[in-house]
Write a protein that binds this ligand. Structure first.
Ligand code: ADP
Ligand code: ASP
Ligand code: MG
Length: 443
């Protein structure tokens, strides 16, 4: 079995849904994981925000506008056989309207946010049924439970998903929602924005799938962020570690946690373009290949914390105490640099910043800087091989750099810059690492 995930743009219109139906028909047996139609989750989030602020009339008007779009899509998708889907859309939007009136209420907000995936999967299922397929629609919230740390419970996913599939031995096509799940309290929850990629990888690992395909709107992973840098090109192969680093560093094409389940299960991940299915895309496997720089990505919203203390000098146990503070506040550390008397740490979650700073002050002087961006250069970069550092420093010679990490893993070089310098940094890396003759030979 293969798992095929289609993102928001790929299911963004009736015409596109018909296109992905063709792709799906060629891949039986298959589990299809869908995102909400492009823009829907943002619109639902907007309604929720308005309703929470007390602007219920505006929220209801947005819900009505969104419903009109779905009414039209249903007709374009199903024509004369649209009655069942029309009824479903009506019922679901009545439900959304009722729920908007109940806000603010965290549990209900998440229920509303899950509706985009409910709509896209229902409509796609209707389309396949209309085309004569025996496709079965599965409710992902019944087989994607989270534990008390908000982590997916892998063995439960495996057990429940297999039970769900085995109930339908007659079918070769299953459809389910990405993004949505159930939390430890049994409430509807989600895997975070862009989380459908992660759902697909979890389901692929649970089913020991032959391949996990992520279909999106671009020819695979590009060597730099195409929203910022011109002339990017697809990277045809990435190792799991490289792809995981890239996703983690903010390449929007993959949710940061997507690679882990696939890597653990040893399942290849293929990234493909729905608008251009003939393109080879990017294949992510455990295989080793060429050395050198492969791609760059950046993540905003990073906070740097520096702790200066003369007590660090020749002391042991100091780092443990510092790290324990972050553990206490369940805040993960991204990057660390140290000198004899100071340590700098970055985090991307400032929820407990005040408490963290207060706790760190017992060890020394603490400084906090926001508005930082973490830039990751990914590839097979063996720190002991000469030349890489020179190339990187030459590329970055005009950029003010706050922190650097090199040699921690052979798969990345990372640096912290001011967010206002992000574009300049990505462009500098692009022209110096990928657009010279030696770099081109790495592809
Ligand atoms: P989907 O809706 O299919 O999940 P996303 O919008 O989440 O698609 O991800 C695809 C987008 O990610 C691309 O259109 C592109 O603008 C952006 N992107 C950012 N960095 C990269 C990269 N390194 N390679 C490819 N796409 C990237
Ligand atoms: N629909 C969700 C979002 O927009 C999940 C996803 O698209 O992956 O974030
Ligand atoms: Mg996405």
């Amino acid at each position: 079995m293969k798992v095929l995930k289609f993102g928001g743009t790929s299911v963004g219109s009736a015409e596109k849904m018909k296109k992905i139906a063709e792709i799906v028909h060629g891949e039986y047996p298959v589990l299809v994981v869908l995102s909400a139609m492009g823009g829907t989750t943002d619109q639902l989030a907007g309604m929720i925000a308005d309703a929470v602020k007390g602007n219920k009339t505006i929220a209801l008007k947005s819900a009505d506008d969104l419903k009109k779009k779905y009414d039209l899509t249903v007709l374009q998708l199903l024509g004369e056989e649209a009655a069942v889907a029309m009824f479903y859309v009506n019922t679901l939007f009545n439900d959304i309207t009722r729920k908007l009136m109940q806000l603010p209420l965290a549990k209900v907000e998440k229920e509303i946010l899950s509706c985009g995936e409910k709509l896209s999967t229902f409509l796609f299922h209707q389309l396949l049924v209309k085309q004569g397929s025996r496709a079965v629609l599965l409710d992902a919230t019944t087989f994607l439970p989270l534990d008390s740390d908000h982590e997916p419970v892998m063995n439960e996913i495996e057990k429940r998903l297999w039970i769900a599939l085995k109930k339908h031995p007659e079918t070769q096509v299953f459809i389910t929602q990405g993004f949505v799940c159930r939390n430890i309290r049994g409430e509807i929850d989600n895997l975070g924005r862009g989380g459908s990629d992660y759902s697909a990888s979890l389901f692929g690992a649970a089913l020991d799938a032959k391949e996990i395909q992520i279909w999106t709107d671009i020819d695979g992973v590009q060597n730099n962020d195409p929203r910022i840098v011109e002339n990017t090109r697809p990277v045809r192969h990435l190792r799991f570690d490289e792809a995981a680093e890239l996703a983690y560093f903010g390449a929007k094409i993959l949710h940061p946690l997507t690679i882990l389940p696939a890597q653990k299960a040893g399942i290849p991940v293929l990234l493909k373009n729905t608008m251009h299915p003939g393109d080879a895309g990017t294949k992510i496997t455990a295989n080793q290949d060429g050395r050198g720089f492969k791609a760059v990505a950046a993540r905003d919203g990073i906070i740097a914390i520096r702790i200066k203390s003369s007590r660090m000098l020749l002391a042991y146990g100091f780092m443990r105490k510092v790290f324990e503070v972050f553990e206490t506040y369940k805040t993960s550390i991204d990057m660390v640099t140290t000198s004899e008397v100071a340590v700098s740490i970055t985090i991307d979650n400032g929820e407990h910043l005040q408490e963290i700073v207060a706790a760190l002050q017992q060890f020394g002087h603490v400084e906090v800087e926001g508005q930082k961006t973490l830039v990751g250069v990914v590839g097979l970069i063996h720190a002991h091989e000469p030349g890489y550092a020179r190339q990187l420093f030459e590329a970055l010679s005009d950029i003010p750099i706050r922190m650097i990490s090199y040699g921690a893993s052979p798969y990345n070089f990372s640096l912290l810059v001011n967010t206002e310098d992000k574009i300049k940094t990505l462009q500098a890396l692009n022209s110096r690492l990928f657009h010279n003759e030696i770099a081109k030979m790495c592809f």
